[in-house]
Design a binder for this molecule. Sequence first.
Ligand code: FAD
Length: 232
Amino acid sequence: MLNFMNIIKRKALSIIGNALAKTGTVLAVRAWQPATFFEVDVHFPNMDMSSWEKVQYIKVNVEEGVYRDYTPAGWDEDTRTCTLYVDGVHDGPGSRWAKMVQQGDEISYIGPSRTFHRPLEGKMIVLGDMSALGHYLALQQLAGDRALTGAVSVIEEGHLASFYDYFKWEVDAVKQQDEGGFEALLDWTKDKDLTDTEIFIVGHIPTSIQLRKELKKRKDHPNTIRVQGFWS
Ligand SMILES: Cc1cc2nc3c(=O)[nH]c(=O)nc-3n(C[C@H](O)[C@H](O)[C@H](O)COP(=O)(O)OP(=O)(O)OC[C@H]3O[C@@H](n4cnc5c(N)ncnc54)[C@H](O)[C@@H]3O)c2cc1C
């Protein structure tokens, strides 16, 4: 019965998707080493970025009737290009798509849609796993000169080095020890003063909820804690 429902859902999505979908062209793909994380540069001539004061996401058609959410980062209005940062450390249609997509391929997508994350007045601290990297690069771009601090949890040793080689910003990479990076991310916050901060948490949903719970107990409490769950 569940399988039958899934088939119907896929067919419906396929029909709706075909009606709403726009396309982009892949300009380049860079795999980090080991190849479980991907930067996909895309030209999106018709992407509507009118709500680009908040971080946005698009639904990418990763296989017939299957869509996965990814975040445009490094948006360049003149060339209408951006990069999607795709975590492919697990097995799933989105992860498999990222491992196969090539320069010149056409991407079909729906959106963009807005998240609730935008730069805020206080000192901004970001926490999340590698699926959140594009989201935080987009937030940093929107924040301009105001530096984000925080931590992204990384599973692969090789990716820790790439993180520091590729990005010159004040967000740290911390070694992930559990499914969503809970221990490493919480540990990062321990010696930080959270007074008057705006905290963003993105990524593995149970980790995000648990982190929020822990940070709410702090005496030097942040102004806000904004959670955007990505996967579970
Ligand atoms: C608004 C929004 C924006 C997003 N932007 C991005 C983005 O820019 N980059 C990005 O990589 N992801 C992003 N995500 C998350 C991404 O859409 C999901 O992780 C998606 O489920 C991956 O699809 P999949 O087909 O590879 O795996 P699925 O079929 O969904 O899941 C297969 C299995 O893998 C596990 N899994 C899923 N994602 C991960 C992960 N990252 N790490 C470890 N295990 C995982 C699941 O728990 C499941 O057991 C975003 C999600 C949302 C809601």
